[in-house]
Design a protein around this ligand. Structure first.
Ligand SMILES: [Mn+2]
Length: 289
């Protein structure tokens, strides 16, 4: 397994310059930096060449994440929205390829965060989403990119809320580069067990997010990390384990994640770094035993 962290731990917006984080996460003990892909279309090609070179220099693998905006909703009943989404993702994939990023995860099958004031047509949306995802998978496949379908809790999504629904979706799409993505934060809300969904996913598990129930870095909360590690070893998981801590208020990130209090208790940047380093060292011990 390789261990990573999402850049947004340190940032308040879903965009920014990821390059300085490459040396930083390497120093803290990570193998992977996960970046947000939603603003890639606004960056020139040269940026992605530089990103790739920096990642190579420090031997850091880059992975991508995206919480799709409503205008990129593959499940939309409006065909123009679906075409817009496919065009948007095509440009993202091209830039991911320039940066050497081979996987993107999130609620790519829908949009995020969901506006529950709107009427929901779960069955119809699922059908449209699966159809759109097959097309998206073929586009991603041209670049050797894998699409990881993240299972989200009920407050953030409605199409895929547990591993069973996620697996049914992935199997309905039936493309080798469309895989399941689990996140312990969402699992904690929706699943009966924190290990069974991993065993159920087996070889279909493509990406794994980790965090405590309050989205602090793994270590001091109440997640059964040893058991989770054991389940991952049992299925022979050799993919990415990416922590996605959100502990500070502010910006679009704080709002979208609903961080209304300072979980870091006034921590300085250096404290955040120290906590991340301790967390990844802890995870390696718990998962590689
Ligand atoms: Mn996640």
């Amino acid at each position: 397994m390789k261990y990573g962290i999402y850049y947004a731990y340190w940032e308040k917006e879903w965009k920014g310059d990821f390059i300085p984080y490459i040396a930083r996460v390497k120093k803290l003990g990570f193998d992977i930096l996960e970046v947000a892909c939603g603003d890639f279309h606004n960056q020139p090609d040269s940026y992605f060449h530089a990103l790739r070179n920096a990642a190579r220099e420090y031997d850091i693998t880059l992975t991508g994440g995206y919480g799709p905006r409503a205008e990129h909703n593959l499940a939309s009943p409006d065909p123009a929205v679906v075409e817009n989404a496919l065009a948007f993702y095509s440009e993202i994939f091209r830039k991911m390829d320039l940066a050497g990023i081979r996987s993107i995860g999130g609620a790519l099958y829908s949009y995020w965060p969901v506006d529950y004031n709107m009427d929901l047509d779960k069955e119809g949306d699922l059908e449209r989403s699966i159809r759109g995802m097959r097309r998206l998978a073929d586009i991603a496949g041209r670049y050797g990119i894998t699409l990881n379908m993240e299972v989200l809790n009920r407050f953030e999504g409605y199409l895929v809320n547990d591993a069973r629904e996620g697996l049914a979706y992935v199997r309905a799409v039936d493309k080798p580069n469309v895989r399941l993505m689990l996140d312990t934060f969402h699992m904690n809300i929706e699943e009966d067990s924190l290990t069974e969904p991993i065993l159920l996913a087996g070889k279909d598990l493509g990406h794994f997010h980790v965090g405590e129930p309050n989205r602090k870095p793994p270590r001091e909360g109440r997640m059964p990390w040893n058991d989770i590690g054991q389940a991952l070893r049992q299925i022979g998981y050799d993919g990415a384990v990416v922590m996605e801590p959100f502990v500070t208020r502010g910006g679009r990130v704080g709002k979208d994640i609903r961080v209304w209090r300072d979980l870091a208790q006034g921590a300085a940047e250096s404290d955040l770094d120290r906590d991340a380093a301790k967390s990844v060292a802890f995870l390696r011990r718990a998962f590689e035993r």
